[in-house]
Design a protein around this ligand. Sequence first.
Ligand SMILES: [Zn+2]
Length: 114
Amino acid sequence: MHEASIAQALIETISAEAKKQKGKPVAAKISCGAFSGVNDEALRFAFEAISEGTVCKNMKLAIEQKPIQARCKKNGHTYVFDLHKPRCPKCRCEDFELLPDEPLLLEEITFEDK
Ligand SMILES: [Zn+2]
């Protein structure tokens, strides 16, 4: 299962960071590209199950889906791709390429106040 391996990796990273900071992690912010197909609910569920008995137990996860980016081939503008208006907002050209999806990223860990 995709989400379970993501949750496992997140917990390992957060646990290592918690050890370094000597703190209890309470929340984490994650972002991922809209194409990566990560299911929020499934990821939360997997995280909850796997974090049982670790320092990550009861952590809150905020998952942000990053919009798809495109670049116009004419002038190299990059912009947020809108399916309904697939053209460059700056030069109005419709010759574009989609940029690669962003990988899953652990953006921020919040630790409990000491
Ligand atoms: Zn353009």
